[in-house]
Design a protein around this ligand. Structure first.
Ligand code: ATP
Ligand code: MG
Length: 174
């Protein structure tokens, strides 16, 4: 899955001096269940933004997990870039529907300003949180925290497996 994302990112960043780095905490505590369609959409939106607003450097994805109790693990997905950044007074606005930062370095990018609004809706449907931190001219990080159920079922719809991580991507959740 991270390989899949990595190759898409490299394709998108074709004409840029960009590399993609994925880092997954090792060892991951447990197999967790997540709606794969939603997770993909969230990470895809964040990674696509990172590539769009970065000319040079690194776009990275970091995954970590922390046990909350026997049933639940808090999984953190952090997408960072070394791009144009977002001014402090704009940080809380970027999640609003149709909002786009009105600065010359943001203007060249295409889009309609809905990606982050959708991310925020999906994350809140999953009882998670999304936040952003940024330094203008240095880069931006978006952090998604999702409380995910630790899997007990041995079903394997799709396995995300990188350096010890196993996330069960459940495509159909009843
Ligand atoms: P769409 O996602 O609909 O294609 P968009 O990417 O412009 O359009 P959002 O993903 O909602 O819309 O992002 C809103 C705005 O937040 C962007 O237009 C941009 O100004 C700012 N932004 C988002 N991600 C980044 C980032 N990684 N670096 C700098 N600015 C960003
Ligand atoms: Mg977007």
């Amino acid at each position: 899955f991270t390989q899949e994302l990595g190759s898409i990112i490299e394709l998108l960043a074709d004409d840029k001096e960009l590399t993609f780095a994925a880092h997954v905490e090792d060892p991951m505590p447990a197999l967790v269940e997540v709606d794969g369609t939603r997770l993909r959409q969230i990470l895809w939106n964040l990674l696509f933004n990172a590539v769009k607003f970065t000319q040079k450097g690194v776009v990275s994805l970091e995954v970590k997990a922390k046990a909350i109790d026997a049933e639940t693990s808090m999984v953190t997905f952090k997408v960072c870039d070394t791009g144009v950044g977002i001014p402090p007074q704009e940080l809380d606005k970027v999640f609003a529907m149709y909002y786009q930062v009105n600065l010359p370095e943001h203007q060249s990018a295409t889009g309609t300003g809905i990606g982050l609004a959708i991310c925020q809706q999906m994350v809140s449907l999953m009882n998670g949180t999304i936040s952003v931190s940024s330094v203008v001219g240095e880069g931006t990080c978006f952090t998604v925290d999702l409380p995910l159920e630790i899997s007990k079922k041995p079903i394997q719809v799709e396995t995300l497996k990188v350096t010890g991580l196993q996330i069960l991507l459940v495509e159909d959740i009843e």
